[in-house]
Write a protein that binds this ligand. Structure first.
Ligand code: AMP
Length: 407
């Protein structure tokens, strides 16, 4: 089915066309009619499914033309706020609808002048929005559509009290949309006071990982992790690699060591200034940096076309983070590889991840790597290749085979 059949306005359809989209994704097919119909919605969909357009296109159609500030979109991170505002602006390019991104870490000047000019859509992180609510520069009295994006992460980051306060400041007569990769009970609780008879749209991918991604676990002793990372980078043909660290300090350390090994590296974590983050992301997108080392929160929702590899230097703390991290590669049908370095202490985390995604991840051994220590396998090879296994066709340069023997 084409976008044409979805009752979007002519100007919005032109925007979709200009964005180069031909067919709607499943979440777009299901959510757009609900949003156009004016109903409330809880949608479980992770980034990479096309969820931004799933709410942006019908919302722009409903707005029609420039008027008062009628739409508020809340985002957990600055990067997401910037990215979603850009998407709205792109889709709205054949309308006179105005948007603003409101987030911290940058000066108030540009945001203030946009607000003064008058905007229809405000895409904001909760903290900076509250600043403007206090000074009266933003009023929510005309909001008719409230969108909470990545609600699970927003609550994880401790935004619940401020989000509740923001919801309470919006007019009661409004349309409310929740988008979240997972819908744990805390979200259901917020939904019960924020939403009215919401339709539920589940994309069936909330727990799955993109089929176009090849996954592999690389067991290794903790003291050889960095060596293995370097060896993997050396033996892999990659366009751009996202390396995940559990901690900010760890991310800095990995980046330093990769730099001294002559890789061009960007770092993205919450302790970096907004300008450093913007530079890192822009440099990674443009190809100036071939590797970006990031923490989970900083990388959440980041849309970088052409990430060919994700390497989990540290196993993610929560199983859903595995899905989010891997969602950075293999987007829009591109094939990507996802490697996870696993130390013996991670055995339980890996079991939880495999249970969460409902599939076994093949365990590999990098041929020719000078493994110093015995690393226990978590599964037998036959079991890994059984039904429900994820594809593991990893392409390495030089001699490299899937581990077969027993130690
Ligand atoms: P999102 O889940 O909103 O972060 O979108 C993920 C990526 O898919 C973005 O790069 C979008 O530009 C792209 N995308 C979204 N919808 C479509 C579509 N219908 N056709 C092609 N690409 C799309």
């Amino acid at each position: 089915m084409a976008f044409k059949a979805l009752n979007l306005s002519e100007n919005v359809l032109r925007g979709v066309q200009a964005a180069g989209y031909t067919d709607p994704t499943p979440i777009q097919l299901r959510a757009i009619p609900v949003v156009l119909g004016g109903g409330d919605l809880i949608a479980s969909a992770q980034t990479g499914t096309g969820k931004t357009a799933a709410f942006a296109l019908p919302v722009l159609t409903r707005l029609g033309q420039h008027g008062r500030a009628r739409v508020l979109v809340l985002e957990p991170t600055r990067e997401l706020a910037a990215q979603v505002e850009t998407a709205f602006r792109d889709f709205a390019r054949f309308t006179d609808i105005r948007t603003v991104a409101v987030f911290g870490g940058v000066g108030y000047g540009a945001q203030r002048s946009d607000l003064k000019r008058g905007v229809d859509i405000i895409v904001a992180t909760p903290g900076r929005l509250v600043d403007y609510l206090k000074t009266g520069e933003i009023s929510l009295r005309d909001i008719t559509i409230l969108i909470l994006d990545e609600v699970d992460r927003m609550l994880d980051m401790g935004f619940l009290p401020v989000v509740k306060d923001i919801i309470a400041r919006c007019p009661k007569e409004r349309q409310t949309l929740f988008f979240s990769a997972t819908v744990p009970p805390e979200i259901a609780a917020v939904a019960s006071f924020a939403l009215r008879n919401p339709a539920r749209v589940e994309c069936g991918v909330a727990r799955s990982v993109t089929a176009s991604v090849n996954h592999a676990l690389y067991p290794v002793a903790a003291d050889q992790k960095f060596e293995l990372l370097e060896a993997l980078l050396a033996k892999t043909d990659f366009d751009s690699v996202l390396v995940f660290s559990r901690t900010k300090h760890g991310a800095d350390k990995i980046a330093r060591r990769l730099k001294s090994a002559n890789h061009s590296v960007a770092v993205l974590h919450a302790n970096r200034s907004q300008n450093q983050r913007i530079e890192a992301l822009a440099g990674f997108k443009s190809g100036k940096y071939e590797v970006m080392v990031a923490t989970d929160i900083a990388a959440r929702g980041i849309d970088v076309a052409g990430v060919s590899h994700v390497i989990n230097y540290d196993v993610p703390e929560k199983p859903e983070d595995y899905v989010h991290r891997i969602g950075r590669t293999g987007r829009a049908q591109a094939v990507g590889d996802a490697f996870t370095l696993v130390t013996p202490e991670n055995a339980n985390d890996i079991r939880d991840i495999q249970r969460f995604i409902g599939a076994k991840i093949p365990e590999l051994r990098l041929e020719g790597f000078p493994y110093r220590a015995f690393v226990a396998r978590t599964e037998e090879p036959q079991q890994q290749r059984g039904r429900g296994s994820l594809p593991g066709q990893i392409r390495h340069k030089g001699s490299f085979n899937r581990f077969r023997g027993r130690r």
